[in-house]
Design a protein. Structure first.
Length: 288
């Protein structure tokens, strides 16, 4: 009966005995320090290097893979953390820029106070009235703060509109571009008086401007003070186009408001006596 490597079972004991004896002899020679085995040991050590390398390769590969994925995971987590920090810093920067811009607007608003003869009250826009046919906003100051119907509202660059309704804590403001709004103006260059009406979704026009009236594109319009509702000589708008037709009596004079109607967050309410009559608007027959 043969066992492993073709060695018969009865030959195992003598083989083991021979190997043991050979081992003892080799150990004795090694102990004696003769050095006979040193060349053989060097040859064997060199011969088994590839075997050791092959045997260790799976462990080396696994170690490198573990290190690679571990490093990649750390880098991904660090990248995600940096992205969050960058987003936070951008938000903080945007907030800082917004505050700086708001401070600049408030500074301009305070500077415009010197151009006004009456007391003013700073109000903040809190709502845009959701009506496509109207141009109105709501501010956070009302009757309890001295705001009354008919008072003018301005921003740092021009006339904003006028108060048309108040509650104790809020007020509704009709903008100069509302179709029912009208304001007496004067052309700075030619000193011509006119009425600037809001156009709503259409162009803002000067009412009843004769084709011979001295008004040209680029003319600046200021409040004339007529009617004593709006502060005199405060910017209202700029003429953007003048269309004339020799067959017609009146010209079509279009203008754009000076006030930053879509950008201003804070406005000034020009305080004064309460206006019992309704706010100044364009004639009803002109609204059609």
């Amino acid at each position: 009966m043969e066992s492993l490597f073709g060695v018969r079972q009865g030959q195992i004991r003598p083989l083991l005995l021979a190997l043991t004896l050979a081992s003892c002899v080799l150990l004795g020679i090694e102990k004696a320090g003769v050095g006979w085995l040193q060349p053989a040991r060097s040859v064997l050590a060199t011969a088994v290097v590839p075997v050791q390398y092959v045997a260790e390769s799976p462990y080396l590969v696994i170690g490198h893979l573990v290190e690679f994925f571990s490093t990649r995971d750390r880098l991904m987590r660090r990248n995600a953390a940096l992205e969050r920090e960058l987003l936070l810093m951008k938000a903080q920067t945007a907030r800082t820029d917004a505050i700086s811009a708001e401070n600049d607007r408030l500074r301009e608003l305070f500077n415009s106070r010197a151009r006004l003869p009456d007391d003013v009250l700073i109000a903040e826009l809190i709502e845009v009235v959701p009506d496509a046919t109207r141009r109105e906003i709501v501010v956070d100051k009302g009757g309890a703060h001295g705001v009354a119907v008919g008072q003018a509202v301005i921003d740092s660059t021009g006339v904003f509109g006028q108060v048309v309704e108040t509650t104790p804590l809020t007020s509704r403001v009709l903008l100069v571009t509302d179709p029912s709004h009208a304001i007496p103006v004067q052309v700075i260059r030619s000193k011509v008086f006119a009425i600037a009406s809001g156009g709503g979704r259409g162009p803002n026009l000067l009412d009843d401007a004769s084709i011979t009236t001295d008004i040209v594109e680029g003319d600046e319009l200021v409040s004339s003070g007529l009617g004593r509702r709006f502060p005199r000589d405060y910017p209202v708008g700029v003429v953007t186009d003048v269309v004339t037709d020799p067959t017609l009596t009146y010209a079509q004079v279009m203008w754009e408001p000076s006030a930053a109607l879509t950008r201003s967050r804070h406005v000034l309410v020009v305080l004064g006596e309460s206006q019992e009559e309704p706010p100044e608007t364009r004639p009803a027959e002109a609204e059609g």
